[in-house]
Write a protein that binds this ligand. Structure first.
Ligand code: NDP
Length: 246
């Protein structure tokens, strides 16, 4: 199975590092042109340069900011001609036990992880609908399915993303715009390097495959869902976790 995305244009939010960067790498590797978005525009541009000047471009965009999302989607459409693939990957954590989560911790996480995906989808989907071809992949998490102590805000945002995926998939299916989610388990990135020592070892022991996932493990699933090999799949959640949550 060789995935060919030549002629397609993708946007990866949070593509400057971690899982998002691996996704951008997989999409450009399959021939797509990719817009890499992150709040830090210099880092987004640096990531894009390392993917190849003709394959990618970086843009500063806070997905939680409606005005920035609208402007950036417009700029990408003007510069690349269209958007075929949207990967809502940007995400953040403010972990704490319920009674210690303040309103700011709640809003930051929900606004980035859930409102950001809603805003991006709303603006990027219009052109996909017109052209009768589109792929939207939302990066949720296994803890959005299972719940997790100390992550009420994060798990709520990721469970919400699954609801968003299912509802929007039903709205857009007749226009051949397919909307799916990928739920990674424990992936080795900056986000999870905060988990150290015994806590890290306990988590690794809970993974039947006995290792952390890599960004490329998640990127392969996204690449499949963005391709014509997934042309009759919509509204699904594909878990990529080495068997951790069954
Ligand atoms: P990282 O922290 O390594 O990278 C996060 C990326 O998102 C960066 O590019 C960051 O750039 C960008 N970002 C953060 N906030 C915003 C914002 N408001 N607007 C635009 N971009 C933003 O995270 P990971 O690669 O680990 O995670 C990627 C996704 O995968 C997240 O949605 C996460 O919840 C999910 N996930 C990760 C797992 C893991 O084990 N690592 C497990 C399950 C899900 P900048 O700071 O410049 O904005």
């Amino acid at each position: 199975m060789k995935i060919d995305l030549a002629g397609k244009v993708g946007i990866v939010t949070g593509g400057s590092r971690g899982i998002g960067y691996s996704i951008a790498q997989a999409l450009t590797g399959a021939g797509a042109k990719v817009a890499v978005l992150a709040r830090d525009g210099a880092k987004a541009e640096q990531a894009a340069r390392s993917l190849g000047d003709s394959a990618a471009r970086g843009f500063a965009c806070d997905v939680a900011n409606a005005r920035q999302v609208e402007t950036t989607v417009g700029t990408v459409e003007r510069e690349f001609g269209k958007i075929d693939i949207l990967v809502n990957n940007a995400g953040t954590t403010r972990d704490n036990l319920l009674f210690r989560i303040n309103e700011d911790d709640w809003s930051t996480v929900l606004d980035t992880n859930l409102k950001g995906a809603f805003l991006m989808t709303k603006h990027a989907a219009r052109g996909m609908i017109k052209r009768r071809w589109g792929r939207i992949v939302n990066i949720t998490s296994v803890v959005g399915i299972s719940g997790n102590k100390g992550q009420a805000n994060y798990t709520a945002s990721k469970a919400g993303l699954i609801g968003l995926t299912k509802s929007v998939s039903k709205e857009l299916a007749s226009r051949n715009v397919l909307v799916n989610a990928v739920a990674p388990g424990f992936i080795d990135t900056e986000l999870t390097r905060k988990i150290t020592g015994e806590a890290r070892q306990t988590l690794i022991r809970a993974i039947p495959m006995g290792r952390l996932g890599q960004g490329s493990d998640v990127a392969s699933a996204v690449l499949f869902l963005a391709s014509d090999f997934a042309s009759y799949i919509t509204g699904q959640v594909l878990v990529v976790d080495g068997g951790m949550v069954l």
